[in-house]
Design a protein around this ligand. Structure first.
Ligand code: FES
Length: 130
């Protein structure tokens, strides 16, 4: 009887710990748009390059469509500045993202954060509007 109570207590304790972990997981992972400073709000638009890396942003231009992502990995916040075999790769723990910012290999499980922007009327720059 005593052993059964102990097992029940341990199960409830483990379930509580798991529940707590799930609740705070989003808080533990970085919200990169909150930490990006607006210091880099006008970027040159290089139409001849599919992926351009800037201090805080990654610009992907293909098929006449441009996307801007945070340059910070959604795992633990390392700055990403590398593309390998057509994949955006985090240098810290190897998370990989496709050119749409979607996670294709962990440990990150969240997609790269999209950054709102507009292309300037002259078509030569990207203005970050976040
Ligand atoms: Fe990028 Fe860990 S910080 S994979």
């Amino acid at each position: 009887m005593k052993s059964k109570n102990r097992r029940t207590f341990l199960r409830i304790l483990l379930a509580g710990i798991a529940f707590f972990f799930v609740l705070i997981w989003n808080k533990l992972t970085f919200n990169h748009l909150e930490i990006i400073q607006k210091e880099e709000s006008l970027l040159p638009l290089n139409k001849n390059k599919t992926v351009s890396f800037y201090k805080n942003y990654i610009v992907v231009t293909r098929n006449d469509k441009t996307n801007v992502f945070s340059a910070y990995c959604t795992h633990l916040g390392c700055r990403i500045g590398n593309i390998e075999m057509g994949k955006i790769v985090c240098p810290c723990h190897g998370s990989e993202y496709d050119l749409d910012g979607k996670v294709i290999k962990g440990p990150a499980f969240k997609n790269l954060e999209s950054v709102p922007f507009r292309i300037t009327p002259d078509g030569n720059h990207i203005e970050i509007t976040a």
